[in-house]
Design a protein around this ligand. Sequence first.
Ligand SMILES: *Cc1c(COP(=O)(O)O)cnc(C)c1O
Length: 357
Amino acid sequence: MSVCESILSLKPYQGGKPISELQRELGLEKVVKLASNENPSVVSPKVRNAITNSIDEIGRYPDGNGFELKRSIANHLSVEPQSITLGNGSNELLELIARMYLCSSDDEVIYSQYSFVVYSMVAKAIGAKSVVTPANKFGHDLNAMLSSINNRTKLIFIANPNNPTGTILKDEELFEFLSKIPSSVIVVLDQAYFEYLDADDNALDWLSKFNNLIITRTFSKAYGLAGLRVGYSLSSVEIAEYINRLRQPFNVSHIAQNAATAALADQDFLASSIKSNYEGLAQLSNGFNRLGLRYIPSSANFISLEVDDPNFVYEKLLTKGFIVRPIEIEGYLRVTVGTRQENEDFLEALKLVLDLK
Ligand SMILES: *Cc1c(COP(=O)(O)O)cnc(C)c1O
């Protein structure tokens, strides 16, 4: 009875500590979680309604083809519904895509140092070879990625904005990069934080130019549905059809589909989330400046900041009821933008903790 060797090298995903766990452990009543890049806004009433109205149908399997949600995404982005694949969070799509293209232990996947942990997790799980390019000023070094390509390279993952650094690549840089990639290599452009940029959607135009491009997006961040698990990919119809063969038949629940459709229709909620995130980023950055802390300027809904002893600071913040996130960048902690009040309280707690040192 032995599991596959690739599984032995896996470590369980370390998520942000759940609020209820910290409450149990420390007997704290009030806990603020700024650890998992979740949207701190109160649920949109439209989404709440959609969920309530879905309850009567939970005895039935969901629409396995996600017709309504795909149609809404297609209308919203002006793309063809056949280019869309829904996933149980965009994480599921990242995994499916890896399984589609990494077929043997010789196959190589390229991603950057300090990029999203799921890339290394799926590569390890499959038993493919990870080629990790060194980060450049914490962000992706596209030239290093380009020069790592060889005839065993099958896949490249790029998160833009990147997590956990919040760094961003310019559209021109990305476009030039894509132009240089052999068509046999698939590029996944993970745009989990795209909405927060409030920028032109240039990547959509690239889909028609590059058949090897797959874009992934999610309802977990700016749309505020992390708990429901729904994301999607945009790709050529051919690729979408392959993902469709591999995915579970009912991978996105009925409630998640209806909630995501309602979330898309509530662009006011999105706009207010984006605005409050901008303000929160400024509030936190100003606070860090006042405390004399260095941080990586962020284009997403979190900031990674430099502290002397991240574990000490993390643990002490827990005792004060604040959950942040230790990350793989030495000397850094990541904090998610909360509500104005949460950010203020966090900065206060951080100041107290740093004074303890
Ligand atoms: C949060 C995140 C995702 C998405 O997660 P899902 O909830 O599975 O959609 C994907 N990529 C990055 C870089 C993220 O930070």
